[in-house]
Design a protein around this ligand. Structure first.
Ligand code: FES
Ligand code: FES
Length: 159
């Protein structure tokens, strides 16, 4: 089947089998391999992308469900000249990653959260609950939490 969708601000057309997941369509049909696949059954969050402004597990969605919709992947975060997004810079500054496998999923989870409610960082419990959505087996989460708080401050300062 053919679908049209917007990916990272560009119209894209896909000719896919109905069973193709959004994650596979992004990675294999569109070459956007920044979206990682871990568990492939909705647990780890490594595959998180933003669909119409909301963070979703792309391994749990069919690409066919995304016709006419807007998808953002981790490739959309840095500026065209390669300057990292404030959240990416904060992950580096606060040691929010080690192996980096989970990082694209966390970046998209947190981007959607901060865009929807930048004040989430003021509420320790809500922020910790948000971060439990995704699995990281390297960092112990503390660097990720600090990175989100730092990025929220940086993003406010530049808005
Ligand atoms: S790969 Fe999608 S949730 Fe783990
Ligand atoms: S940095 Fe390795 S799994 Fe998170």
């Amino acid at each position: 089947m053919k679908i049209e969708l917007e990916v990272n601000g560009k119209k894209r057309e896909l000719n896919i089998e109905p069973r193709r997941t959004l994650a596979d369509a992004l990675r294999e049909d569109l070459g956007l391999t920044g979206t990682h696949l871990g568990c492939e059954h909705g647990v780890c969050g490594a595959c998180t992308v933003i669909l119409d402004g909301k963070a979703v597990r792309s391994c749990l969605m069919f690409a066919a469900q995304c016709g006419g919709r807007e998808v953002r992947t981790v490739e959309s975060l840095a500026a065209d000249d390669g300057t990292p997004h404030p959240l990416q810079a904060a992950f580096v500054a606060e040691h929010g990653l080690q192996c980096g496998f989970c990082t694209p999923g966390f970046l998209m989870l947190v981007t959607a959260a901060l865009e929807g409610d930048p004040d989430i960082v003021e509420d320790e419990e809500r922020l910790r609950e948000l971060l439990t959505s995704n699995l990281c087996r390297c960092t112990g989460y503390e660097g990720i939490r600090r990175a989100v708080v730092r990025a929220a401050g940086d993003m406010k300062a530049f808005s």
